[in-house]
Design a protein around this ligand. Sequence first.
Ligand SMILES: [Zn+2]
Length: 411
Amino acid sequence: MNNPVIFFVEEARATSIEYAAKLLGLKFSGSRYEHPQPCPHCGGTDTFAFNTAKNKWNCRAGGVGGNDGIGMVAHCEGLDLHRRAHFLEACAIVLGRPVPDQAEQESAEEHVRRLRRIEQRRRHNEKQAAAKSQLDFRERERQRARAIYEAAAPVGRYGRPVAEYLAARGCGQITSSHWLRYASGLVYWHGQDEGGRPVALHAGPAMIAPFMDRSLVAIGCHITWLDLACAPKFRPQLFDPASGELLPSKKMRGSKKGGLIPLSGDPSARRWVGGEGIENGAAFACWENWRPDTFYFAAGDLGNLAGPAAAGSRFAHPTLKKPDAKGVLRPVMVAGPVPRPDRDAEDAMWVGDHVEELVLLADADSERVMTAAAMARARARHARPGRAIPIVWPRPGCDFAAMAAQAARVA
Ligand SMILES: [Zn+2]
């Protein structure tokens, strides 16, 4: 072997793991010594790691590791160290310069092919790792939501405050729901402290409702913090400590889209009644005396009730205007009554195929035109042959809670 090659190899062997990692474009995670990440060769999420203090690397997926830059480069780039040409190629990568001329080398064509292969594999691994971490995040959120729901007590013996809250909101006496639950001291997390940990802003009684998918598995939960001393909404007033801004006293965890919140009754019923919110649905149910032949639900929000609109059905609001970037008043655009044609099952809440009457409740305190368009879209989306879908509006200037209270007075 010629001297230039011997020097070349010796120089490559002296390279640190840290230096080789930089040349390979590997990820450094903050100020720590240990740097876990997907293996550039094998994929996964945190299968691969190098340690700049111990000058070590290892890949759990490949079951290999060591303490030299050449070995790490060879694994990441898919080179076989037992082949001389590959070994010298790994040295060249570590040193950032080509193998001295005298040596036997990978042909130029081979080299280009291999680089292309590596690039393809790297892109594939990155995409898979990103998809998996997104899936992991969603599944973890779903599990947390399920845990909150499962830890809560059913309304009835222990969940009196939920029944009292609904009664105070004009929903009458809900005694039989086995869906709604009660937590006595649920923490309201908001913001982070200096160490990046979440801050407990409030802890108190809360109504917990599940978001159920078609197979009645909880995919998320809807939380309403309660304060029976705080009329007229009977929910605590929580403020952001930094901005002083009033915070919502309701939160959703896990997934909502495609699911629904059951309020009372059994989904096998042929008649379903519901709208956006829990209180509105419960108030209407109270007004019609919680019919035993009916399943009452809430969609959580208008988007989940109606699904997305077809782009072409957007229209200008007849009266509402807002200034554009140049300060010119333009009509507010409203999502139209036609559902988007390429609909996905998770775009909106599910409705049982057996449902013959789907009563949709409109919200009185939302903007009228936008609500009307969304209700029409919901009707179009959930339409089936043989299914009636009446849309019910509360009397003008009224909501279902006020109507229920009035009906109770008359009775
Ligand atoms: Zn590997």
